[in-house]
Design a protein around this ligand. Sequence first.
Ligand SMILES: [Zn+2]
Length: 198
Amino acid sequence: MESTFTLIACTGRAFYLGEGATLRIVNTFGTQVVDAWAFNANDSAEFMSMEHTRVHAPSPIPVKGTVFRSNKRQPMLEFIHDTSPGDHDWFFAACDQVRYEILGHTDAHANCSDNLKNAMAETGNPVTHVPCPLNLFENAPLLSGDTGIYPPTSRPGDSVELAALADLIVCLSACPQDMADTNGSDRLPKDVEVTIIR
Ligand SMILES: [Zn+2]
């Protein structure tokens, strides 16, 4: 059984993803970064942890075959499919209000950290800590010695799939960044398509 929804640009959504289900994220327009988090469905204090994942990972960047682990080192998600050129990030923090203030935007700005908190609260699983996200499609070539963030290399329709290895609450945020090239050189956040396959 499949269910699909459009994750609207600049917004977040959290939802249950049971063990054995697959999550597909389609980068409809090719240039949208999607921040992803996962929490134990029964204990939101256990969360997908990039630093714990990297210790056991097959590659210094997220690739097909990577098993994303929790802060208790338990398997949570497996990266099972990727049609993009493979540029994803797992080093950089989610954007937040202060990030935009540093860039010069003093009014309130949508951001991935608030998207996470609001979406989790809506599921009845409030969180106060924002773990480092898996930044899907984010072109941040840190390991080549460059701390910049560049327009995604993904193309319209490129997709990734993650398989749930435990019962999870997953949260996705279509990053609202419009003051840097994170979401393309047009700096225009866009919708993505999300499908849950059970
Ligand atoms: Zn963001």
